[in-house]
Design a protein around this ligand. Structure first.
Ligand code: FE2
Length: 427
């Protein structure tokens, strides 16, 4: 006897009329038209059943703090960092936890069940680290939360000096933070940035941890930290365990140089997270016209065989005033900014918020196959492209075989002579 049988589902790979059988917390079979007794049967009505959304790049310690203590006037990354510096002394652990848990509620409702969040480790009290470790513990039944030790003020540049910053970072790792972060473009010089990349990669290699660095988040065409990150990754044998986040300078780099860089990144099996909602608003702020878009070269990275995810990065914080945990909104923006409009490219954008970030996080049991965790989202759309077009309603969200969020099907009632009584925006 099955615990759950989903019938008549479309899957992201294009198969339709599919059944997904669940026993306990696991998927036990995926095939067409399965008939088998089950405690619960869900008719998907031809809608898309997707593995859950995954966000490979977020800042949960800052989320939902918009307007505290003031709003970012210039809209730049640097004013956002300064604003966060003003907010940090005012933070309390209770407020951090409350805001993070509220965001996790939104995430679950949007079918977002795995998040990698950077957590600022510059405050020697490690208040945010303690708060997010507590959040990780509390949400573990429904969200896989992975923490990155993020030295927001730079390891060499920060006011407390390099030794203190490294010590803070090591303490955070000792407390249970999973991944080593960094921000080389915020160090004082290109040389200091390169030193920080080496130090942090060596620390991760020593401890057998993954690396995820904010890297070259600027419009500077000469920023070269991703090259250093690729070099250190292959030197230390950390292939496939290192991620470069943002990489916006690649947008502005010389094309010849990029033709050399992409194979180096592929050789190191570097993984990439682009954050389209944030970087389309933060980048190009010093430009008049034409204004650069500032997102890294997503189609070219994918064509070079590099794994690329789209991250949300920020929701209602010093850097970004909008957002709701909706990874389809993130992918929708990435698709537009990257001009990824072919059918194949739009499907790649859907992968960039599902399977690709799952690889970056190293999630076990992810996917819609026998043996995987019974985690999935039923979307009110018939395929990934329609899901992107509609930023589709999440009809049901399942975690380990249990429905943890649901929403009524949405349709607008029409009162028009001679026209249908409603529309669901499906052609
Ligand atoms: Fe970020």
């Amino acid at each position: 006897m099955l615990d759950l049988l989903v019938q008549n589902a479309a899957l992201p790979d294009g198969r339709t009329g599919m059944s997904v059988a669940v026993r306990g917390e696991k998927i036990v079979e995926v095939c067409a038209g399965l008939q088998s007794p089950a405690h619960q049967v869900l008719d998907a009505q031809g809608y898309l059943l997707s593995p859950p959304f995954v966000d490979a790049h977020f800042h949960m310690d800052a989320t939902l703090s918009y307007g505290l203590p003031r709003v970012n006037q210039s809209g730049t990354l640097l004013e956002g960092i300064a604003l966060w510096g003003e907010l940090k002394p005012l933070l309390t652990q209770e407020a951090l936890i409350e805001r993070a848990l509220a965001y996790c509620d939104w995430a679950v409702a949007k079918g977002l069940l795995a998040i990698r969040t950077h957590v600022d480790v510059c405050d020697p009290r490690l208040l945010a680290v303690e708060a997010l470790l507590e959040v990780k513990r509390q949400v573990a039944p429904y969200i896989d939360l992975q923490l990155v030790a993020f030295p927001q003020n730079g390891v060499l540049r920060g006011a407390q000096g390099p030794q203190q910053h490294i010590n803070n970072l090591k303490r955070a790792l000792d407390m249970g933070v999973d991944v080593v972060g960094g921000i080389p473009h915020f160090e004082r010089t290109m040389a200091d940035g390169a030193i920080s990349v080496r130090l942090l990669c060596e620390l991760a290699a020593e401890r057998g941890l993954r690396v995820d660095m904010h890297c070259d988040e600027s419009d500077d065409p000469h920023s070269r930290h991703v090259e250093t990150l690729a070099f250190e990754t292959q030197r230390l044998g950390m292939h496939g365990r290192v991620t470069g986040s943002h990489l916006t300078s690649m947008h502005s780099m010389d094309n010849y140089y990029v033709s050399k860089l992409l194979p180096l990144m592929a050789e190191a099996q570097l993984q990439v997270v682009a954050n389209p909602l944030i970087n389309i608003t933060l980048q190009g702020r010093h430009d008049t016209y034409p204004k650069r878009r500032g997102m890294t070269r997503v189609p070219e990275l994918l064509a070079a065989g590099i794994n690329v995810a789209f991250g949300h990065d920020c929701v209602m914080d010093p850097w970004y005033s909008l957002g709701s945990g909706d990874m389809l909104e993130v992918a929708h923006m990435g698709l537009h900014v990257g001009q990824m409009t072919s059918q194949a490219a739009m499907r790649q954008c859907f992968d960039a918020v599902t399977v690709n970030p799952a690889r970056i996080l190293g999630l076990g049991g992810y996917g819609l196959e026998a043996g995987c965790n019974a985690d999935f989202v039923l979307l009110q759309a018939r395929d990934p492209v329609e899901a992107l077009r509609l930023r589709a309603n999440r009809l049901q969200v399942f975690r380990k075989g249990t429905c943890i969020a649901s929403a009524p099907a949405c349709a607008s009632t029409l009162r028009l002579p001679g026209r249908p009584a409603s529309t669901g925006f499906m052609a």
